[in-house]
Every structure is written in structure tokens, then in C-alpha cells.
Write a protein that binds this ligand. Structure first.
Ligand code: GLU
Length: 446
């Protein structure tokens, strides 16, 4: 339920952003947590902070033309939504996926603003990307596309302005092409303009692993304060990209047994536990589909289509994409005995799924808290770039673990303070909102 003091503002958001249901969903979810805060702090509504928070500071949409290997011309659309820079330069990834439109980027940038605030690092919120589909494209095609995108994007970004990184469809290869072109156009080796760089040329160790590792750290802490652990737990991690692979790695190190993962075509079930070396070989080296995993591992079964959430588990870690857990999926998870869900992806649980989990008493870690380890490590990369330093893997992972514990504790304590113990959604939204809103008031009407 949205508090009546926020209803008019929400109606305005709907009116000003027609046809963008994911953005409406992300705003609504935050508003549902804020009733108690606006009652306590009338200055937030008086100063228009909430209205301002729902309007991006800047939105950029541009044409991205490129040639494929046969010489055919393609036109894609590029986006950058610079949502909020009260706490630091705009920061957030780029997503390359055919489903990307302004509403996707807006919802991700809105979420990112709160997520980044939770890290307690000096970073504002942004997101970008394109409806470009990298699937089946050669390295050269991806390079030409990245160069064309950067030919426009370079004028909007910078170490002190806006710092993009990866997201779905954008990993080390793409960041390399993007950085190379930025360097060429600007004639500046400005390492801090992008994060997720290769570790030989300014990238932070642990950045690749950070989102998945961070989600596992958050999950472990959430289970611990609730008197249990990952030990011997049957876990399911959806997806098979960067976030999923390293969530599986850390959960396995922590004693959990991950029995399933997925891609957009199907589901792998591997009762003995996912073979991580094979998964990395298939996804990171061969850039192949999960059918290749099943072919190489006779014990595993591959099911085309279907829902990964039908497989019984105690812990679910959705690491694929938004709204991947429907209300039906959530009911299935609950009836199969699931006790905890941690969102590795951005907004993977639909609003109905979140309600089902909460009514069933399932521990639920929202993405903006549980998956903040990626962007937090990006901020550590910026720190290393600014000081022209290079940290060890161990030191960086220790910093990540501390940050995740800090996020967990802040969410946990805020939920208690505001009368909703154990409600990590409220804890995350209120903590993040107070940090961003406090800075916005201090900076005046801008
Ligand atoms: N795209 C990632 C996220 O959702 C990482 C962003 C970044 O490192 O800037 O948080």
C-alpha cells in the first residue's frame, strides 16, 4: 500500500512516464516503504525531495549505426539515464539486450540510485545501454557497435561526471572496446571513466566476481542472524552469466549445494552440484549455450523451457533478469520448502512474488541490497584508479565482505527502528532514501 501523502506523487509518475511498467513498479516498491518516513519527516515532501527523486536529472537517447560483417547497415538506439548525482558522480552499468527501451533503463537507474547509496560509497545513480542484441555477433561486430555507441556517449561521461560499467550483455570484452574508443577520441588515459576494466589495464581484481560473491555474503549474513546457515542447503541460482557463476562459486565455498542454473532457453539440473569449471568453460571461454554443459556432463539434465523455480530448493538466488519469479513461481518455491531468497539480479521477483514470500515468512533480500557488491567494487576500482594503485585480490575481497556486512546491518537495523523487524525491503529502501534525500536537501534546490 502507498501512503496517501505519496499517492499524488505516484499518480504524477504514472502520468509523466506512460508505457513504462518496470519503472512504475520500481517506484511503487520504494513508495510502499516510505509512508513512515514522510510522516516523521515532513521536510522531505515540503522540499519536493520525493518528486525530484522520481525525475531523472538527465536522459539521453541517441542513434547507434553500425555495419555487420556482411556490410549490412544496422541502427540501434542508445540510452543513458543519469538519475541522481547527490551522493557522487552518476554510476551504473550499460545493458545490451533486444528488450532494452527507455523504461528498462529508467527503472534500473532509479534502483541504482538507492543501491549505490546503500554501499555508502560516494556514487550517484545512472544506467544505460542499447537494444543491440550481442547474441551470435562476432567480436568485430561487437567492437564496431561499441565504437559507434561511444562516439556519442563519450561527451556525456567522465571520471567526475558519469562512470558506466557492465550489466547484461556487457562484460570485459565490451568494456575494453568502449574504453579503447573513449581513449582515442579524448586523447586521455582516464581510467576512472569506466569500471569493470581488464585487470591488466586499470580494472580491479574481484570486480568480475563481486556481484555474485556479494550476494552470497549478504545471504550468509541474513541466514546467520536468523539462526541458520548455508551449510548443506540445496540452492538454486538462475541465470548463467557473470552474476550467477560467481554466486554459485561463493555459495559452494560457503557449504551450499547449487543444483540448478539456467539460460533464456532452458534449465540445467545437476543433482551432485553444478560443475563450476565446466560452467565457466562453456560460458566464459566458449560463449556457448547451456546445452553444451549438458552434452559434456551426462549426469546433468537439460530441460528446454519450463521454470527453474519448479525444482525443490531451500535457498533461491535469482540472477537472470527482472520479473523472472512470478507469483506462481513464488508459491511453488514456498510449497517446496524454500526458506530464503536473495536477489542477485535487479528486481527479479515480481511484486506478487514478494508478497507471497513475505506472507510465508521467507527471508527476502532485495536486489538493491543483495547485489550491491558489484557496484561497490566498481567504486573500489575508481578509488584505485584515482590513486594510481592496484590492490591484491585478498584485500579487495575483504573490503567487499565488509561493505556487504555494512549493508546488511544497516537494512536490518533500519527495519527494526521503523517497526518492521526482518523486513529487508523496508530496511533497504528507508536507509537508501534517507541518505539520498539528506544530501539533496543539503545541496539545495538543484
Ligand atoms: N550493473 C551493475 C549493477 O546492477 C553494476 C554497475 C556498476 O558497477 O557500475 O549494479
Amino acid at each position: 500500500m502507498i501512503d496517501e501523502k505519496l499517492e499524488d506523487i505516484y499518480d504524477d509518475v504514472l502520468r509523466r512516464n506512460p508505457g513504462e511498467p518496470e519503472f512504475h513498479q520500481a517506484v511503487r516498491e520504494v513508495f510502499e516503504s516510505l509512508g513512515v518516513v514522510v510522516s516523521k519527516h515532513p521536510e522531505f515532501t515540503r522540499e519536493g525531495v520525493i518528486q525530484r527523486l522520481c525525475e531523472p536529472e538527465r536522459q539521453i537517447i541517441f542513434r547507434v549505426p553500425w555495419h555487420d560483417d556482411e556490410g549490412r547497415v544496422h541502427i540501434n538506439r542508445g540510452f543513458r539515464v543519469e538519475f541522481n548525482s547527490a551522493l557522487g558522480p552518476f554510476k551504473g552499468g550499460l545493458r545490451f539486450h533486444p528488450s532494452v527501451y527507455l523504461g528498462t533503463v529508467k527503472f534500473l537507474a532509479f534502483e541504482q540510485t538507492f543501491k549505490n547509496a546503500l554501499t555508502n560509497m560516494p556514487i550517484g545513480g545512472a544506467k544505460g545501454g542499447s537494444d543491440f542484441d550481442p547474441k551470435g555477433r562476432s567480436d568485430r561486430e561487437v567492437m564496431r557497435f561499441c565504437q559507434s555507441l561511444m562516439t556519442e556517449l563519450y561527451r556525456h561521461i567522465g571520471e567526475y561526471t558519469d562512470v558506466p560499467a557492465g550489466d547484461i550483455g556487457v562484460g570485459g570484452r565490451e568494456i575494453g572496446y568502449l574504453f579503447g574508443h573513449y581513449k582515442r577520441i579524448t586523447n586521455r588515459y582516464e581510467s576512472g571513466v569506466l569500471t569493470g576494466k581488464g585487470t591488466d589495464w586499470g580494472g580491479a581484481l574481484v570486480r568480475k566476481e563481486a556481484t555474485g560473491y556479494g550476494a552470497a555474503y549478504f545471504l550468509e549474513e541474513m541466514l546467520r542472524v536468523n539462526g541458520t546457515s548455508l551449510d548443506d542447503r540445496t540452492c538454486i541460482v538462475s541465470g548463467s552469466g557473470n552474476v550467477a557463476i560467481y554466486a554459485i562459486e561463493k555459495i559452494t565455498q560457503m557449504g551450499g549445494r547449487v543444483v540448478a542454473c539456467s539460460d533464456s532457453d532452458g534449465v540445467i539440473f545437476d543433482e551432485k552440484g553444478i560443475d563450476l569449471d565446466l560452467l565457466k568453460q562453456v560460458k566464459e571461454v566458449e560463449r556457448a549455450r547451456l546445452t553444451a554443459y549438458a552434452e559434456a556432463r551426462p549426469d546433468a539434465t537439460y530441460q528446454e523451457g519450463g521454470s527453474i523455480w519448479d525444482i525443490p530448493c531451500q535457498v533461491a538466488v535469482p540472477c537472470a533478469t527482472q520479473n523472472e519469479i512470478s507469483g506462481r513461481d513464488a508459491r511453488m518455491l514456498v510449497s517446496n520448502g524454500c526458506i530464503a531468497v536473495a536477489e542477485g539480479a535487479n528486481m527479479p521477483a515480481s511484486p506478487e512474488a514478494v508478497r507471497v514470500f513475505s506472507q510465508a515468512g521467507v527471508l527476502f533480500a532485495p536486489g538493491k541490497a543483495a547485489n550491491a557488491g558489484g557496484v561497490a567494487t566498481s567504486a573500489l576500482e575508481m578509488q584505485q584508479n584515482a590513486s594510481r594503485d592496484r590492490w591484491t585480490f585478498e584485500h579487495t575481497e575483504l573490503r567487499l565482505a565488509k561493505i556487504m556486512k555494512g549493508i546488511h546491518d544497516a537494512c536490518f537495523e533500519t527495519a527494526e527502528t521503523y517497526g518492521s523487524p526482518g523486513d529487508y525491503v523496508k530496511g533497504a529502501n528507508i536507509t537508501a532514501f534517507q541518505r539520498v534525500a539528506g544530501a539533496m536537501i543539503a545541496l539545495g534546490l538543484v
